[in-house]
Design a protein around this ligand. Sequence first.
Ligand code: ATP
Ligand code: MG
Length: 370
Amino acid sequence: MKQQWLIRYSEIFLKSDPVRRQWENTLIANILEVMQGVHVRNERGRIWLDGDVKPDRLKTIFGIVSFSEVEHIKLDEIETALPDYCRRHGIDKAKTFAIRMKRVGKHEFTSNDKAIEYGTLLRSEFPHLKVNLATPDKEIHIEIRADEVYLYDSVIKGVGGLPLGVEGTLVALVSGGIDSPVAAWMMMKRGCRILPVFVALDSFLDETTIARAERVVETLARYQPGIRLTVINDAYLAAAKKELLSKHLEKYTCIFCKRRMYRVATAFAHASGAKGIVTGESLGQVASQTLDNLVVLTDAASDMPIHRPLIGFDKEETIRIAREIGTFPESISPASGCKAVPSGPSTRAKLETIHEIEEDLEATKMPLPV
Ligand code: ATP
Ligand code: MG
């Protein structure tokens, strides 16, 4: 008898052979990064692990759909090994059970023959048990592959998605609020390694906000080991705000702040070889996040693709994910808000108006801090 973990992954199957191999190798490397000393075997579309496996860590590795702790025996051992396995796995506590058979390879019997045979065997060993195929207390999975047999009693759900890194790198604008860490996580789940960036435009956001963003990013390290927040300081906002005030255009402060933030992120993305930017905006959530504004505020300031995975989410949906992935408690921890927000900020500006103002804004000429 040999104890192992069976790792199941999906979507990778849909790929051509070279891509599939590359993605499998990335998944294996990601597993080994967090579980050194584990022995890995990749066989016919499944990954097997043995050694010091940490099941809780498997739950945070993208690309893993589900996993099971499995006992490996030979087909001719099953009559003694199966009751023994069931005894060690709490069959006494169950009143009802079901056998879930799977069979691969050429055999002289059908799956159904074997399900009946093993069901009868278990009922004679454990007379209190009844069969219930719909809602059993205990499921016993038996997989027969040629003359190898795999026994397991639970299928633990993984996080799914694609192996981290297979799609390349994205810069994530992370404020530390509820939305942006969830947005970054969603792109991680689709295979993007994330470079989280906090833009500190002068002293309008203080240390408490930066510290909160750092703590939030640390909670994402379970999903992307070693992830670290880059804080980029930029003196632009103080200069721009002063100019806008003197021109009685202070209502546009937030628009110019956002455009600058996107420019900083874009420069950082180019410098770090990232393929785009991810933000936590969702349509209509705050007044500045209308379909028109998203273009005026942001897209028109960047030549990089901007990804907004939360665009169609209700706040409740985002909060549900934030709780699930563990960023929520830090995201709602106290931090002081932005002190540069004017009273009555403009949320409806035409791109031409913004371009005209920006052309005369001396602060626009300040070099980007990246
Ligand atoms: P969040 O919950 O992510 O803070 P929000 O709903 O509060 O978002 P905004 O404040 O309008 O919305 O910010 C929109 C997006 O801009 C954020 O989701 C984030 O991606 C980015 N962002 C805002 N402030 C910063 C910052 N100081 N540094 C980096 N990114 C930021
Ligand atoms: Mg915010």
